[in-house]
Design a protein around this ligand. Structure first.
Ligand SMILES: Cc1ncc(COP(=O)(O)O)c(C=O)c1O
Length: 463
């Protein structure tokens, strides 16, 4: 095995790391790469021997926790039996057929078929193409624009990156492309007018959506993409009444609801899918992360009956469905996903996430809500966030140059806890593995509190 210093040097010289300041990394100014080495349960260990509680389950994906040998063995069994075959032109494997059948059965709404990819980004890209395909088959070639929300996160590829609603994902990359419209983020804390209730705020967001559709012409608007709980943009649960109001508008103008459940599917919110929690009836659903708990890459788009029927009925006219990847339905991914879903069902992880999630939310409120630099503590299920502000009374953000969120995340990491400084604003995010126990939640919250107190003490205006 290569020596630690050699690994660091090889990495620094050859890996192009996502979301990393390239010059600071290349020069060593931002420190060495963290060489992750092993994991068990909710903990990971790096090659320098440091152990961390992973309060973010990697990137909200290792829902069943690290080191589940049952999944490793399922992957290995499949690799020995048949490591690869494609799913083009009606080829399949036993694992893929079984997985698709159970996904259709467990999903909300009226799902019909499952299309496979490798990432959340490609799943959302597929959804966009299906909106266009569907409307072309229906003879509505103008009904193609897709509405996405400010601060929504849908990935980084060309269309998914365009649907993502944060400008730093677009800058210098020539995004967004044309045809993507933007509507407001449903964040009551920042967005509500004085005295406006959550319900009133939700109704206003729905009115704004309707006005946007009317302004653009309903005959040109094909889809609306959203996460049930807005994720990377700030971990923001919808305000009361939001989804019923929004869905009423979409139905009125025959706009497809494209659910992005890349974070929320498979138990994260305490229900099998996020749509179950909010009564959403999507036309298509993207899943990834929790599908295989990231043991191998796999994503999927669940295609609802309404869309699929048009696709099948159009087949005599347009021929084969010409979309797919070499690795669509990869047997190792399917084997991993089946093993993960076995664990999810056997251990009732969605139910556990509901119970432990309630505990997590209670502990977060108790520890952080009254601190002078905390504006809001929010969350649902095993998803939680603390938003830091310079002035609680006047709701003023910190000067971004102070990097409060990033400093708190670093202080937590120095103490052995990984929590994520969310990229928009000063927000510390938590999305631990769903198997995290109450004792581990206590430990996580305790370390996070020490980290917040440390940075609070360093901020002159507050200390
Ligand atoms: C809601 C949501 N959609 C899509 C994506 C993109 O997934 P990927 O990074 O696998 O492309 C993410 C990633 O965090 C996500 O949170």
């Amino acid at each position: 095995m290569a020596a630690y210093d050699e690994i660091v040097a090889m990495d620094r010289e050859s890996v192009l790391h996502p979301f990393t300041q390239l010059k600071d990394f290349a020069s060593g100014k931002s420190g060495d790469p963290v060489v992750m080495d092993s994991g068990k349960g909710v903990r990971v260990r790096d090659m320098a021997g440091r152990e961390y509680i992973d309060g973010f389950a990697g990137l909200y994906c290792v829902n069943i926790g690290y080191g589940r040998t049952e999944v490793a063995e399922a992957i290995s069994r499949q690799a020995h039996r048949l490591a690869y075959y494609h799913s083009y032109a009606a080829h399949t494997t036993e694992e893929l057929a079984r997985l698709s059948h159970r996904l259709v059965k467990m999903a909300p709404g009226k799902m019909s078929r499952v299309f496979y990819g490798l990432s959340g980004s490609d799943a959302n890209e597929t959804q966009a193409k299906l909106v266009w395909y569907y409307n072309n088959l229906l003879g509505r070639p103008r009904k193609k624009k897709i509405i996405a929300r400010e601060r929504g996160y849908h990935g980084c590829s060309v269309i998914s990156g365009s649907m993502t609603g944060m400008s730093f994902y677009h800058d210098h990359m020539d995004l967004p492309v044309a045809g993507i419209l933007r509507t407001g983020v449903p964040h009551h804390y920042w967005g509500a007018e004085a005295g406006e209730s959550e319900k009133q705020f939700s109704a206003r967001r729905a009115r704004e959506l309707e006005q946007l559709i009317l302004r653009e012409d309903p005959d040109t608007v094909g889809g609306f993409i959203a996460e049930p709980v807005l994720g990377t943009g700030g971990l923001i649960p919808p305000p009361e009444g939001y989804w019923p109001e929004i869905q009423a508008v979409l139905r009125k103008y025959d706009v497809l609801l494209m659910a992005d459940e890349v974070i929320t599917a498979f138990g994260r919110l305490g229900t099998p899918f996020g749509c179950h929690l909010y009564g959403m009836e999507p036309d298509m659903i993207s899943v990834a992360k929790g599908l295989t708990s990231a043991y191998v890459p796999m994503s999927a788009v669940l295609v609802g009956e309404k869309v699929y029927r048009v696709m099948e009925d159009g087949a005599d006219r347009v021929g084969a469905f010409s979309h797919g990847y070499t690795y669509s339905g990869h047997p190792l991914g399917a084997a991993a996903a089946n093993a993960c879903l076995d664990i999810l069902e056997r251990e009732n992880l969605a139910g556990a996430a509901a119970r432990r999630g309630a505990y997590l939310q209670k502990r977060m409120q108790a520890a952080f809500a009254q601190l002078p630099i905390v504006g809001e503590v929010r969350g649902v299920g095993m998803l939680a966030a603390i938003e830091f502000v310079a002035d609680r009374g006047r709701k003023q953000r910190f000067d971004p140059a102070l990097k409060v969120g990033a400093r708190i995340a670093k202080a937590a990491r120095d103490r052995g806890l990984i929590a994520r400084a969310m990229p928009h604003g000063d927000i510390l995010g938590f999305a631990p593995p769903l198997v995290m126990t109450e004792a581990e939640i206590d430990e996580m919250v305790g370390i996070a509190l020490e980290a917040v107190q440390q940075v609070m003490g360093e901020l002159p205006a507050v200390a």
